[in-house]
Design a protein around this ligand. Structure first.
Ligand SMILES: [Zn+2]
Length: 62
């Protein structure tokens, strides 16, 4: 019987808090990659949109 490897990607910010949640998206900044759950993805997306001055993105995620 073949060995089945199930790879799960967990959310990095959640993992840092000691929680385990499945990642649904990825953040990539200058070669650094962060896997994020939906909650963190939405949070960071809005945060970066605001920080980088993209009011269009921020308005869409509101
Ligand atoms: Zn998370």
């Amino acid at each position: 019987m073949a060995t089945k490897v199930i790879k799960t990607v967990t959310c990095d910010p959640c993992d840092k808090k000691g929680e385990e949640r499945d990642a649904v998206g990825k953040l990539e900044i200058f070669g650094d990659e962060y896997d994020v759950c939906e909650e963190h993805g939405t949070k960071f997306r809005a945060w970066f949109a605001e920080a980088l001055g993209s009011s269009q993105l921020a308005a869409k995620s509101a």
